[in-house]
Design a protein around this ligand. Structure first.
Ligand SMILES: Nc1nc2c(c(=O)[nH]1)N[C@H]1C(S)=C(S)[C@@H](COP(=O)(O)O)O[C@H]1N2
Ligand SMILES: [Mo]
Length: 506
């Protein structure tokens, strides 16, 4: 290693000591105020929607760890420069650490649920990093030990600093994964006893196959939250306000006393590509949102319900969709959900309460970690994803997916069962059709559908001849509309096209 580069290492080690100190403090006070998390979260909000889409699609659930790694790499690079700048004179180093700390302070205090104390971890980080820099770099003016080469480094202090940095990063990692504060919410989730439903979901009809209900563990997760919001149920309230005659606030215990509806509903994400995984079906338990709206007295013209989460997400849903949901046979009402598959909502899926609007993509109907409902208009307010170019109104498009065989599978010639799901929320599915190569479309066999807002399972028996084949699927809804084969990407209001799978028959 070139001695001239030593100050770079000192910069990186100082930053590591400082940042890990801040992360440990944040793990105890508020994980979202940790410098790395806060800068990451600010980056997410500033990232253009198309890039975010790309990140979700290519990195899946790894998008967040990747982002955090990116923040760390950039920080390390800048810290190396700061170290170099501080080699001869100390003040550029302090200025550099102060600028880095300042960015983290701004990121932490501008989080939607932030308070001023959230600046503390970043401030401590900057102070500790500056001190470490000072200790490890050799005091200017001190006589060089070996006359031939100027020393830039206090070697002993540097070795100590490296040890401290390693210990700090390990401590920050441990504090982050044990999530001291996160556990507190998990405890309050364990304490929740869900009331029995006032209206039970009808049992799943006979013939519905395993896999119809997605387990909580397997249910896709899509959100902008770098750290899962933790909510203390005892302090949680839901407010209904805005263009209403009688605004009110309700506690979690009061919410649980309302009539509880249980229903199977499919939820999906606008960023799901044709054939993609961001869709699932669960048995939800919750309070009919329309009842709460009626209690508040929605004023004329309030065509948008703006839901806000504890982490500042805004989701706008047409008032009419919510009021009409569940009023025609087979459709299910929009709910304020507290339960998912016979459990309190998992933390990742919005504990203690979330909205769920059947037939509307999640970003426009299903706010997690819900705390506030404001009646407004589409003219007056653009929700989070609408500001980023997505459609303000986003009914789920009729679609279908082949789950078996998997793409590029090798199957043996003869009878092959092709299977999957199709959905046309609100209308229901009348037929699912399968096409092999350029043959005629064949009707698949449908499993029974519990209601019009869930997906439907289908199977199709195929007499497979050896060679390469292409399988295609399309759904037809009960109004007779055939799922379009025109390809559209998820942005700005949902993907279209026929899911196509290539297989080899041997
Ligand atoms: N607070 C909050 N709610 C949110 C989101 C979010 O980022 N923050 N994402 C929405 C999107 S885009 C979808 S598709 C659904 C996903 O819900 P799930 O993670 O429970 O599957 O939540 C919606 N609700
Ligand atoms: Mo979504």
């Amino acid at each position: 290693m070139r001695p001239a580069l030593w100050p770079c290492y000192v910069g990186v080690v100082s930053a590591a000591i400082g940042v890990s100190t801040g992360q440990v403090i944040a793990a105890i006070s508020n994980p979202e105020s940790g410098p790395v998390y806060a800068v990451g979260a600010m980056t997410i909000d500033a990232t253009p929607a198309r890039v975010k889409e790309f990140a979700v699609r290519t990195a899946g659930t790894f998008d967040k760890p990747l982002l955090l790694a990116g923040v760390v790499v950039v920080l390390a690079a800048v810290a190396a420069f700061v170290g170099l700048a501080a080699a001869r004179q100390r003040w550029p180093g302090f200025v550099g650490m102060a600028v880095l700390g300042g960015i983290a302070v701004v990121a932490a205090v501008t989080r939607p649920s932030a308070s001023l104390v959230d600046a503390v971890p970043a401030l401590v980080s900057a102070a500790v990093a500056s001190a470490a820099l000072l200790v490890m770099l050799r005091r200017p003016g001190a006589p060089p030990e070996a006359a031939q080469r100027p020393r830039l480094l206090d070697r002993r202090a540097f070795v100590g600093g490296v040890a401290l940095a390693v210990a700090g990063v390990a401590a920050a990692g441990a504090a982050g994964t044990s999530r001291v504060a996160w556990r507190a919410a998990a405890r309050s989730r364990d304490d929740v006893r869900l009331p029995p439903p006032t209206r039970l979901a009808p049992p799943l009809p006979e013939g519905v196959e395993p896999g119809f209900v997605t387990s909580n563990a397997d249910f896709y997760r899509v959100d902008t939250a770098l750290t899962v919001p933790r909510v203390d149920v005892d302090r949680w309230t839901l407010t209904v306000r805005g263009m209403v005659d009688r605004p009110f606030e309700i506690s979690f215990d009061e919410l649980l006393e309302e009539p509880m509806i249980e229903q199977y509903v499919t939820l999906n994400c606008v960023s799901n590509e044709v054939g993609g995984p961001y869709i699932g079906t669960a048995k939800w338990l919750g309070v009919r949102l329309a009842d709460l709206l009626r209690r508040a007295g929605v004023q004329a013209g309030a065509d948008q319900i703006v839901a806000r989460s504890v982490d500042g997400m805004t989701i706008g849903t047409p008032t009419a969709t919510v009021l009409h949901s569940g009023t025609t046979r087979g459709t299910q009402p929009a709910l304020i959900c507290v339960g998912m598959n016979d459990e309190p909502l998992p933390l990742e899926h919005g504990f203690p309460a979330r909205m769920l609007t059947p037939g509307v993509y999640g970003y426009a109907g299903s706010c997690k970690w819900l705390t506030d409902i404001e009646l407004s208009t589409f003219g007056d307010f653009d929700a989070y994803w609408v500001r980023r170019g997505y459609a303000a109104q986003a009914p789920v498009k009729t679609s279908s997916r082949i789950d078996r065989p998997r793409p590029f599978a090798r199957v043996s010639a003869g009878r092959v069962v092709v299977a999957g799901v199709g959905w046309a929320q609100g209308n229901g599915i009348s037929t699912v059709e399968v096409q092999v190569d350029d043959d005629a479309w064949q009707p698949a066999t449908l499993r029974p559908e519990p209601n019009l807002d869930t997906w439907v399972q289908w199977t199709h028996e195929w007499q497979a001849a050896p060679g390469s084949h292409t399988l295609r699927v399309r759904a037809v809804d009960r109004t007779g509309t055939v799922q379009t084969g025109d390809r559209a990407e998820p942005f700005p209001n949902g993907a279209t096209g026929w899911h196509t799978v290539a297989v080899t028959v041997t």
